[in-house]
Write a protein that binds this ligand. Structure first.
Ligand code: GUN
Length: 283
């Protein structure tokens, strides 16, 4: 049997619709959510991501600033810009596009962003709040994964979720969010010795390992929900997930495709975070 496909595009469009409605209401009270994106250097993938964020701001009625700085920008110059944006009333969210050139310390830059404007959810205070379970700005891709699962009508409470990958950006935070939804969570990573055996126990399998088509049907329990966070560029230029979609969809339950699954959710959750920050900052 072939699984149902979870469309990140469709869910993302739905959420964008409600964000757009909320923005209209805020604008009528003279509050315009504002996002500043900072790009240092010429990284090709980053340029595309930044353009997409700029477009999302435009489409949803946000105020947007994009600061494109040369690769030689010093850490001090970047920190000075972050400081200016921290103090700027028209800006509710600040995103410094990663990776940064190697002469700039990413941690110092992330730590310099105001906790209240950290729409990436990367600041240690927001990470700490996520661990404790307090209100915080949630990292965008993990928050998008949870939204996709919930809006596919999947109940997480009491389910066994297996997360493959332990990165700070996806694996760790998504595990915490799944636990917050009352799932029982197992984390696997590159040193896990019995990964397929553990993965086959999952009711919900979230994969974020950065290896194209790595997870085949031998890792999947029949009917399990499969969320593929992978975005791997193949030699032929095509985008591939971490999950071998063609093999896995024959056994799994609802599954996300790549592209068109988790990808469209990330920017949408960034916009949602910026809206949340605007409501807090002007509330
Ligand atoms: N580069 C790739 N993904 C991301 C992201 O989610 N946030 C930032 N700031 N940079 C990125």
């Amino acid at each position: 049997m072939t699984a149902s496909i979870i469309s990140g595009k469709k869910v993302s469009d739905e959420i964008r619709g409600s964000i757009s409605d909320e923005v209209k209401e805020l604008v009528s009270k003279n509050v315009v959510p504002g996002l500043a994106v900072v790009l240092v250097g010429e990284d090709a993938a980053s340029q595309v991501y930044v353009r997409n964020k700029e477009k999302a701001c435009h489409d949803l009625g946000f105020y947007s600033e994009v600061h494109r700085l040369p690769a030689e920008t010093s850490e001090q110059q970047l920190l000075a810009l972050v400081d200016t944006l921290n103090q700027q009333d028209t800006i509710d969210g600040i995103l410094v596009q990663l990776p940064l050139p190697s002469h700039i310390n990413e941690k110092s830059v992330i730590n310099a962003i105001s906790v209240h404007k950290d729409v990436d959810g990367f600041h240690p205070v927001n990470v700490g709040n996520l661990v404790i379970g307090d209100d915080s700005l949630l990292p965008c891709t993990p928050a998008g994964v949870i939204e996709l699962i919930k809006r596919a009508g999947v109940e997480l409470s009491g389910k066994h979720a297996v997360v493959i990958g332990r990165s700070n950006i996806v694996g760790k935070p998504v595990s915490l969010l799944l636990q917050r939804e009352n799932a029982t969570v197992t984390m696997c990573h590159s040193r896990t010795s019995n990964m397929a055996e553990l993965a086959r126990q999952a009711d919900v399998l979230v994969v974020a390992i950065g290896r194209a088509n790595f997870i085949d049907s031998s890792y999947v329990k029949p009917g399990a929900v499969v969320i593929d966070v992978g975005m791997n560029r193949l030699e032929n230029g095509k985008l591939a997930g971490d999950v071998d979609f063609e093999s896995v969809k024959e056994v799994s339950g609802p599954i996300t495709p790549v592209p068109g699954g988790v990808g469209p959710m990330t920017i949408t959750m960034l916009m949602k975070n910026t809206l949340t920050a605007a409501k807090r900052n002007h509330g």
